[in-house]
Design a protein around this ligand. Sequence first.
Ligand code: C2E
Ligand code: MG
Ligand code: MG
Ligand code: MG
Length: 281
Amino acid sequence: HHARRERSGFRFYSQSMLQGAATRLRRMRDLQRALREEELELYYQPLVSIEGVVVGAEALLRWRHPREGLILPSEFVPIAEDTGLIFPLGRWVISRAAEAWGRWRREGLSSLLISVNLSPQQIKDVQLVDHLRETLSRHGIPPGYLTLEITERTFLEHMGSREFFSRLEEMGIGIALDDFGTGYSTFQYIKQYPVKAIKIDKSFVQGLPARGEDVAIIQAILTLADGLGLAVIAEGVENEQQALLLRTFNCQIFQGFFYKEPLREEEFIQYVKALHRPPGQ
Ligand code: C2E
Ligand code: MG
Ligand code: MG
Ligand code: MG
C-alpha cells in the first residue's frame, strides 16, 4: 500500500505550501523579467583604509521594482539561487561591476579594488571562469583588482572544487572570505587556497566595544590573519567607538554605515572624489 503510494508520486501539499510555490514561481518570472529589462542595479559601498582613503568598493545588488520599489538581495537572491537564475544573474553582476570599474578609471580613479559576491551555486557554473577572464580583459582590469567574496561556509563546502580555485589563482583573482567567524573555517585550509582577505562578520563588530567575547574573537582573527599575511576587512562598522577600537587592534580596512552606506554609482564616484580632493581645493 505504502510502496504504491510512493511510486505513484503523490505528495500532499498544504494550502500554504501551494501558495508558497505559486508565489515563488511568480517571483522567479518577475526576476527573469527584471534581469532582461534592466531593473537590477549595483550599489557600491566604500572600503575605507585606516588612513581614511577609499581603497575600493563592494558591489551590492539591488532590484528597483516598478511597483514595489527598491528590494534588497535577501528578498530575491535566494529565489535566483533556487531556480538556477543565479548563473546568468551572477555573470551579469560581474559584467556590470567591471564596466563600472572601467568608468572609474576614465574618471581618474584607477587604483580602486572591486569586490563582487558569489553565491555557492556559482562555483558550479561552468561558464564562470571564462566569463571572468573575458570580462577582465575586455575592460583591461588587472586581475588583482577584482576580489570574489564567498562566505566561509561556501568555501568549506566547495573546497573539493580545486580546479575552480586553481583557475582563479592562475588568473590572479583573489578570494575574500565573507561573514568570517560565523562558519567553521580553519586557518589550516585557508593557506592552501588563493584566499587573500577575510571579512569579519558584522555580528562580531556590532558587539564592540562592550562585549568581551566579540573583542576577543576579533583580536584573535586579526592576529592569525596577520601571521598568515591575509588582509582583514571589518564589515558592519556603525559607530565611532567601533572604528576606534578596530584601529587600536590594527585592523586596516573598514566597511560600514559609519563610513558610508552602499551608494548608487554616481554618488560613489562623487564621494571618492570629494574625499580625495586635497584640502582647500
Ligand atoms: P554581504 O556580502 O555580507 O554584504 C554586506 C551587507 O551588510 C550588505 O547588505 C550591506 O548593505 C550591509 N551593511 C553594510 N554596512 C553595514 C552596517 O554598518 N551595518 C549593517 N547592519 N549592515 C551593513 P545587503 O546589500 O542587503 O546584502 C546582503 C547580502 O546579499 C550580502 O551580504 C551578500 O551575501 C548578498 N548579496 C549582495 N549582492 C549580491 C550579489 O551581487 N550576488 C550575490 N550572490 N549575493 C549578493
Ligand atoms: Mg560580501
Ligand atoms: Mg559580508
Ligand atoms: Mg554579511
